[in-house]
Ligand binder design. Structure first.
Ligand code: SF4
Length: 374
């Protein structure tokens, strides 16, 4: 007979709601009303450390410290760029790395979060895709990115008002944890959430069609889709996930998402020289957007050693944009922030993983994934 020993896992403070925390406190013989005090520290003060919860008795602070998991990832490095972005490389409890990018604008501050360590989807232009998949991040690990970044910008007198799921990983491949996270981000502070507006939390997907429909039914947030091509053969070449969910399925899912939510969709389109930014592709893109209320972000590719792609010339970028604009499709040209500190998707964590495991040169770069929602 095999005896299986299971070590009970402590609940993480960032994954406890009022009723769960109340039940835990009562099981310790503590008054239930303390739960609201504790959650107020977390969600209003962004304090995820019981020793600092000064209105709690010392005995309770000790019980909290030992009975609940308060771990926040260590800020392994923090790199700031001239354009006001800061890239945080965070070390998880399992010793793996994830990254988050703070994006400072005149009128808002955004955070780009990771949802996985690595990614399964192997987009040909993406650093994270080259690394492969390590694991999903737990909801508390995604929320911790917000809590840590929030403390940094609070000290500058700013508030993190926007969140984009455009860091490492495909958020809809880690569906349940991402939905839990988004719900916590959207809950008002008085109800123990981070109080963000649903228009200011954007889930960005490479096109997992059935999960897009699930998302519309489960939570009201903004949606961005990494499109990059609107011809199956070309999109499959750039994004292998297109083989599983071809454009016809993706378009159907977007139509359904829009019918349920009534919201506009952001389509991200990297412009790659001699690949996807000629007149033919512009016409295909116009056809794809027909019937959708969508904005297209055009992102000139940033060339990088090790990748066979190049940035198109300015004339080609302008011609592509003009073709869309003349057909009343809003198509701003966006440039990534923080590229000088490796702010592109998965780039910094990828470098760290390379350093640790001596993976041979995988320095792919993509100029996407740090786009704010206007
Ligand atoms: S672009 Fe996104 S979905 Fe594609 S490999 Fe990179 S992280 Fe994964």
């Amino acid at each position: 007979m095999t005896l299986e020993l299971t070590i009970p896992k402590k609940p993480h403070a960032l994954e406890l709601d009022l009723s769960q925390l109340t039940a835990i406190l009562k099981s310790w013989g503590e008054p239930g009303y303390r739960a609201a005090q504790i959650l107020k520290w977390i969600y209003s003060e962004k304090c995820v450390d019981p020793s600092k919860m000064s209105n709690l008795p010392a005995g309770l602070r000790e019980k909290l410290a030992t009975g609940i998991d308060w771990f926040l990832p260590e800020i392994h490095s923090s790199l700031s760029a001239e354009d006001g972005s800061t890239k945080l490389l965070l070390k998880t409890a399992t010793g793996q790395f994830m990254e988050a990018v703070i994006l400072r604008y005149e009128n808002r501050t955004s955070l780009c979060v990771s949802s996985q360590v690595g990614c399964k989807l192997a987009c040909t232009f993406c650093q994270t895709g080259k690394l492969g998949f390590f694991r999903h991040l737990a909801a508390h690990e995604i929320l911790a990115q917000y809590a840590l970044a929030s403390s940094i910008v609070r000290a500058e007198g700013r508030r993190l008002s926007h969140v984009v799921f455009m860091g490492m990983g495909e958020p809809l491949d880690n569906y349940q944890n991402v939905v839990t996270t988004v719900k916590t981000m959207l809950r008002p502070e008085e109800e123990f959430g981070f109080g963000l507006s649903n228009r200011h939390v954007t889930v960005s997907t490479s096109g997992l069609a059935p999960k897009i429909v699930d998302l519309a039914n489960d939570v009201k947030c903004a949606l961005a889709v990494s499109l990059h091509a609107t011809r199956d053969e070309l999109r499959t070449e750039l994004m292998p996930i297109n083989r599983r969910y071809p454009l016809i399925e993706l378009k159907a899912a977007l139509t359904t998402w829009q019918a349920i939510t009534g919201s506009k969709i952001t389509l991200e389109y990297i412009l790659i020289k001699d690949k996807n930014c000629g007149l033919r592709e512009a016409k295909e893109l116009v056809k794809f957007t027909s019937g959708l209320r969508a904005k297209v972000n055009l992102i000139p590719f940033n060339a990088h050693p090790g990748l066979p792609f190049e940035r198109p010339g300015d004339d080609d970028i302008r011609a592509f944009q003009k073709h869309l604009a003349e057909r009343s499709i809003p198509a701003p040209v966006r440039y990534s922030k923080g590229l000088d500190v490796s702010a592109a998707c998965g780039q910094l964590a990828a470098k760290q993983i390379e350093n640790l495991t001596a993976i041979p040169s995988r320095k792919a770069v993509v100029a996407e994934r740090v786009l704010p929602q206007p």
